[in-house]
Design a binder for this molecule. Sequence first.
Ligand SMILES: Nc1ncnc2c1ncn2[C@@H]1O[C@H](COP(=O)(O)OP(=O)(O)OP(=O)(O)O)[C@@H](O)[C@H]1O
Ligand SMILES: [Mg+2]
Length: 243
Amino acid sequence: MSLVELTQIRKSFGPVEVLKDVSLKVEKGEIVAIIGRSGSGKSTLLRCINGLEQVQAGRILVAGIDVTARNADLNVLRERAGMVFQSYNLFPHLDVERNVTLALKLVKKLDREAAGKIARDVVARVGLAEKLHAYPDELSGGQQQRVAIARSLAMQPALMLFDEITSALDPELVGEVLRVLEGVAKEGMTMMLVTHEMNFAKNVADRVIFMHEGRIHEDGPAREILQTPRTAELGSFLSAVLH
Ligand SMILES: Nc1ncnc2c1ncn2[C@@H]1O[C@H](COP(=O)(O)OP(=O)(O)OP(=O)(O)O)[C@@H](O)[C@H]1O
Ligand SMILES: [Mg+2]
């Protein structure tokens, strides 16, 4: 079984259908970049995968959990599928260590010592060992986003979802976050990431999905998709983003 399996999903907001018959399989260890114009449904797709949105039709299986089942356990789902957003959403009154350990204590019921050990490990993995006791407002945007990644890694998810996590950063801070993502990818994490960083998609992703008007318009090996688009829609999208 694939780690993620979407079968003919449909998602509407009121009368507007924003995901139209989307089917998709992602295998363990795959790095999948999702690209497409604003409004094409990229965020909605990720939000459906970790149960933040409910679909009107179709089936979603994630790490063995039927997300679309009426009694789906969304807490377990979100432990298996960690999500990082454009806004880092750290707790401002907690230091880095306590931002990272919070869910370990509350959700995984780990004691302080066990949670602290994991926190030190993941914070070191994102290159912030010396910031363990800093507060969010003492960190740059790039560092805060790395803490958000560490917090997600700490839960040992089977899958990580990233929605334009570098889009709100000053340009000089984007690289450090992308390098952390690349490290996580190299460790074998399965990742689905919405990104406008085409070089990153080309160099780090195994596969690129191009969304267009609520559908998967192209899907294939990253270099092939980005270098030889098969459809006019992808061709014009790429020429717009690569100017
Ligand atoms: N909560 C909502 N209520 C109503 N419409 C919504 C909602 N969320 C998204 N939409 C609509 O669904 C469509 C797809 O939105 P989505 O955010 O998935 O696009 P996107 O590809 O992520 O775009 P962007 O690149 O701008 O982030 C858009 O037309 C959007 O206006
Ligand atoms: Mg979006």
